[in-house]
Design a protein around this ligand. Structure first.
Ligand SMILES: [Fe+2]
Length: 216
């Protein structure tokens, strides 16, 4: 008699394996009934063990169906979960993730992630060229200034020929200063500069991943 045939209502359990254990049963039935109970429980244990094994097997089959051996996943934790092995190849260290729809490939010939994304990372230098135009200054744009005319001493000369023969004098005058000119006005220059660029390499190393959707 299987345990599953027993009743949860004690009053209804009046026999086991054909042994009468109803109220007022013969005393000789008690030990036989106890042995029958033990046998039934032992049989149940075997059944349960088999059921549990089947359940574990089914669960494992399902787990392998969703996560086949060798499949790879991303985990945001330092250690791999139980049953998984952390990938430590250098190609997987300090790199970026790239999503692709084609075949996956890793890039290992570029820069490490932290190198490429370093704070304050500078671009290359580029010499900037350009031409400043000439400007002819107007008088107003000249610095304010004046000129001096050197003094002339008294000068005499002796004319010996012609109608002007005799002494001729030239009156002296002191050093003279002209009036000022120029206003120191501002002036500008044209400038033509060539456009230029700078280079910032973003050849970051990466591993490729795909996005997959589970079938309906
Ligand atoms: Fe520049």
């Amino acid at each position: 008699m299987a345990v599953s045939d027993w009743s949860t209502d004690a009053d209804l359990n009046v026999s086991i394996d054909g042994i009468n254990i109803a109220e007022g049963c013969p005393p000789s039935n008690v030990n036989n009934a106890l042995r029958a109970i033990m046998a039934n429980v032992k049989d149940l244990m075997g059944t349960l063990a088999g059921d549990i094994a089947d359940a574990i097997s089914a669960t494992s089959a399902n787990f392998n169906r969703f996560f086949p051996q060798g499949c790879r996943m991303l985990f945001q934790q330092s250690a791999a979960p139980s049953g998984w092995t952390k990938v430590t190849d250098t190609a997987y260290d300090n790199v970026a993730l790239r999503l692709v729809t084609g075949s996956v490939a890793n890039r290992t010939s570029g820069k490490k992630f932290t190198t490429c994304m370093a704070t304050g990372r500078a671009s290359t230098n580029t010499a900037a060229g350009g031409t400043v135009g000439n400007t002819t200054l107007s008088v107003a744009q000249l610095a304010r200034h004046s000129h001096t005319v050197a003094n002339v001493p008294n000068t005499w000369r002796h004319m010996v020929d012609g109608d002007d023969a005799g002494f001729q004098g030239i009156q002296s005058f002191a050093t003279k200063t002209s009036s000022t000119t120029g206003s120191s006005s501002a002036h500008n220059h044209s400038f033509s500069g060539a456009s230029h660029g700078h280079r910032l390499d973003l050849d970051i190393n990466f591993i490729d991943c795909i996005v997959a959707v589970r079938n309906a």
